[in-house]
Each structure stands twice: as C-alpha cells, then as structure tokens.
Design a protein around this ligand. Structure first.
Ligand code: AMP
Length: 195
C-alpha cells in the first residue's frame, strides 16, 4: 500500500505516518528527515539544502526528487509500500512522483489531506519545540515563529496547488486534522483500511 499525507507544517503528518507504520507496516518517508540527514552528513545534497531549509524555503525539485527516487528504490519500500510525509510539495514533484510510480508499475492507493486551522499550527510547533527540549533533544533550526510563518506561506503558495491536481483525478480524500490525534488516526484507518 502506498499513501501520501498532505498538509501544512505542524498538521500532524509525521505522527500519523508513524502510526500507519505501526498498524500496516508501511515505511514512513519524510523528505525533511532525509534532507536533515544529508545536512548533518555534509553531503553535496546537504550543502545545497542547508541554507534553503533554514530560511523555510523549498529545496529545488530536482534535488528532492532525486533523494526520494533513491530511497523508494530500496528493498524495504518495494516490499512494504510507503507513507509519504512532506513530499510532494509542488505540482512538479507530484508529476515526477506519478512518473516514478508508472515506471515501477506501482500505484498511489490513498492521497489524504490533513485539514487544519492555520492558527493552530503555531501552537503545535511551539509544543513540539518544548517537548523536544524537555526530552533533551535538539530543536530543528526551522522550528521558530519567523521561519514557520515563511513555511506556511510557502505551503499556501507552492504546495496547496497540488490539492486540485490530485482532486482532478478524484484521488484526494480529507480528514479533520483539528481532531485529537487518536481521532485523526481513526479517520485515516477508516480510509486506508478499506480495500
Ligand atoms: P519538513 O520536515 O517536511 O517540515 O521539511 C523541512 C524542510 O525541508 C522544508 O521546510 C524544506 O526546506 C525542505 N523540504 C522537505 N521536503 C521537501 C520537498 N518535498 N520539497 C522541497 N523542500 C523540502
């Protein structure tokens, strides 16, 4: 099974992707995590991505598509399917993904938008930062109010146009991302649990 979770930063995609993994065994694929790993490792991709990510902008499509293509070629994804969190973020990425899927003879089974009130996102990111600090972890460089504002604007301008792209081919479903974490999981499972 292959799933895409769409929605702005802080809408809960990562949390729900982890839960879908636990229940269905699908592999969570976060391009943000892949890029942060590349930055930490100081690879060529990481060098290209670092400043862009810190500014809350999008890393160029060809770079991100390359990173994702490499990851989905690995045996675990081939075997178990994926849940994408943070990709696609532009219509060009959505088209590149459609091409990748077609070439492999795979299909996107579920494309689901987590709908949230933008005002709630600041509170959620703030909570994520406080929880990370309390757990002794390091806070993401782009989890601060100024960069978050930028990331939400970028979502509205560059990522939201994906929604009509998928809706045109009747592939888009929505869940209420403002509900409790358990309720969102329940709504997701009601969609993906269906054959
Ligand atoms: P995330 O962890 O999904 O919030 O991503 C963190 C940052 O990584 C984003 O603000 C972008 O700078 C970059 N990024 C992650 N995924 C993508 C993508 N699909 N396209 C472009 N940039 C991305």
């Amino acid at each position: 099974m292959n799933v895409i979770l769409l929605g702005p930063p802080g809408c809960g995609k990562g949390t729900q992707a982890a839960r879908l993994k636990d229940k269905y065994g699908v592999i969570p694929l976060s391009t943000g995590d892949m890029l942060r790993a590349a930055v930490a490792a100081g690879t060529e991709v990481g060098k290209k991505a670092k400043a862009i990510m810190e500014a809350g902008q999008l890393v160029p499509d060809d770079v991100v598509v390359g990173v994702l293509a490499e990851r989905i070629a690995k045996p675990d994804v081939q075997q178990s399917g994926f849940v994408l969190d943070g990709f696609p973020r532009t219509v060009a990425q959505a088209k590149a993904l459609d091409d990748m899927m077609e070439k492999r003879g795979w299909k996107l089974d579920h494309i689901i938008e987590l709908r949230v009130d933008e005002k709630a996102l600041f509170a959620r990111i703030d909570k994520r930062v406080r929880e990370t600090v309390a757990a002794g972890g390091s806070v993401r460089a782009d989890d601060n109010p100024d960069t978050l504002k930028k990331r939400i604007t970028v979502y509205r301008e560059q990522t939201q146009p994906i929604l009509p792209y998928y809706a045109r081919s009747s592939r888009l479903r929505q869940v209420d991302g403002m509900a409790s974490i358990d309720e969102v999981t329940r709504q997701l499972e009601a969609i993906v649990g269906r054959a």
